[in-house]
Design a protein around this ligand. Structure first.
Ligand code: SF4
Length: 70
């Protein structure tokens, strides 16, 4: 799957594509409660803690794999 992304200051960003092997998307609410270091390796742990986390719209989701370049 291609992941298109415009977040150009992310370390995984490569010319409007995401070059990460895996990414973790969750809701803004859950994302804000978790430390910056949490990523796709902890997906099951997040599900164990929160259960499913449905979102009302695309504006309520975030990429937890984002890491600022540099
Ligand atoms: S990790 Fe997330 S923010 Fe970074 S390039 Fe990939 S999709 Fe965009």
């Amino acid at each position: 799957m291609e992941v298109h992304c415009t977040v150009s200051n992310c370390q995984w960003w490569d010319n409007n594509y995401c070059a990460a092997e895996s990414i973790l998307i969750t809701t803004d609410t859950v994302g804000a409660e978790l430390p910056e270091s949490i990523d796709y390796q902890q997906t099951q742990s997040i599900v164990n803690m929160y259960g499913d986390t449905p979102a009302d719209s695309c504006m309520a989701t975030c990429c937890k794999t984002f890491t600022e370049r540099g």
